[in-house]
Design a protein around this ligand. Structure first.
Ligand code: SAH
Length: 346
């Protein structure tokens, strides 16, 4: 039987494990700190924990290691892309970004993805499996160890659909923001979804103070269905009210991600439709010139078209920014590093 990942246990669960073994609670605190503050990757590193206790823990638990397979460093802005292998041989991507307001890590929530968005490289081979809470956290810890720097912001915007991995995502959020762990503020966490309406509503009920980003990419159901299969399951008439509900429950402004694709969703009409769709909603639009994926035939609009789209939204009193491109020289769309690695080693 596969042993459970010690890093996926939250503070309370670890307490229970340790006290059930007849040990004092503070031992659990020590181990939690090793795992979630010091970024330990093995029980051996935990020098103040008795060997006998470690042996007993090893009978039922192990620490699922991530191994750094590759790091790409941008010469322009020090953005770094990491390729990690998991204990079962799967590989995932994470990104480190340096901003004026602090360092940010973008993590994956699944190995691959099942959502099938037409412009996304992560989904081309489907989903291999969900990531555990420990594996989501470990991406951040590995990057902290590697860079020796503090991380203040986390975005769940790498490969995978986080709301399809809902239980593990919630465990991850609680552990990431736990005062005994990294203690990242909920306000410094962003979770991005392609629009699983039922899960958006459940997340709203949790009343976390995190930012919810919705991958919208089109302002009509017809156009959205062409780009994103999820639109067949949930129409905009359900998605937009769920976003309003999220704001009502949490007071947190929604971010809409809109990847501009030449000739697909970048016209003046598209900008009008988008303005009408989200009018009155407390939100912000992030325009992203689409990242070309070799396997797909989508292109970025000309700069003038991107600016015209932005201007139109502004005229309609919509908050809008054009996403700053990080790590231009190592960019490649989400999931492409993993794909090139998998292709090479299979
Ligand atoms: N499944 C989640 C999170 C992962 S995708 C979601 O859909 O939001 C993270 C973001 O990258 C999403 O907004 C997604 O639509 C966007 N994205 C994926 N491929 C892209 C590409 N080629 N160009 C620009 N954005 C892309």
């Amino acid at each position: 039987m596969e042993k459970e990942d010690l890093r996926s246990l939250d503070h309370e669960q670890l307490h229970k494990l340790i006290t059930d073994l007849g040990e004092k609670k503070y031992r659990a605190d020590q181990i939690f700190q090793w795992l979630h503050v010091k970024g330990a990757n093995s029980l051996d590193e935990m020098t103040n924990v008795p060997a006998a206790l470690k042996d007993r823990i090893r009978q039922t638990h192990e620490i699922h290691m991530l191994q750094t397979e590759k790091v790409l460093k941008s010469e322009i802005d020090d953005t770094r892309k990491y390729l990690f292998s998991l204990h079962d041989g799967n590989v995932i991507e994470s990104v480190f970004m340096r901003y004026e307001h602090g360092n940010s890590v973008c993590i994956s929530s699944q190995v691959g993805c099942n959502m099938g968005c037409r412009f996304c490289a992560s989904t081309i081979d489907g989903k291999a499996r969900d990531l555990s809470a420990g594996e989501m956290l470990a991406q951040i810890y590995m990057i902290m160890r590697e860079t020796g720097e503090k991380i203040s912001n986390v975005v769940v915007m790498g490969s995978g659909e986080p709301l399809e991995n809902y239980v593990n995502l919630l465990q991850f959020i609680r552990m990431l923001t736990d005062e005994h762990g990294l203690h990242i503020s909920q306000r410094n966490l962003t979770v991005s979804t392609c629009g699983l309406v039922d899960k958006i509503r459940s997340l709203a009920d949790e009343k976390f103070q995190l930012t919810l980003a919705i991958s919208l990419h089109a302002a009509t159901d017809e156009k959205r269905r062409d780009l994103m299969p999820i639109a067949n399951r949930f129409g905009l008439d359900e998605l937009i009210p769920a976003c309003a509900y999220y704001f009502d429950q949490t007071g947190r402004r929604i971010t809409f991600e809109y990847a501009l694709i030449k000739g697909e969703n970048d016209s003046d009409r598209d900008a009008s439709d988008l303005s009408a769709l989200i009018r009155g909603l407390n939100c912000h639009v992030n325009l992203i010139p689409v990242n070309p994926v070799t396997e797909r035939n989508y292109q970025q609009p000309y700069k003038t078209a991107v600016l015209a789209f932005k201007n139109k939204l502004e005229k309609n009193h919509i908050n809008v920014t054009i996403r700053r491109e990080m790590g231009r020289d190592i960019s490649g769309a989400c999931g492409q590093l993993r794909r090139s690695f998998s292709a090479h080693f299979q």
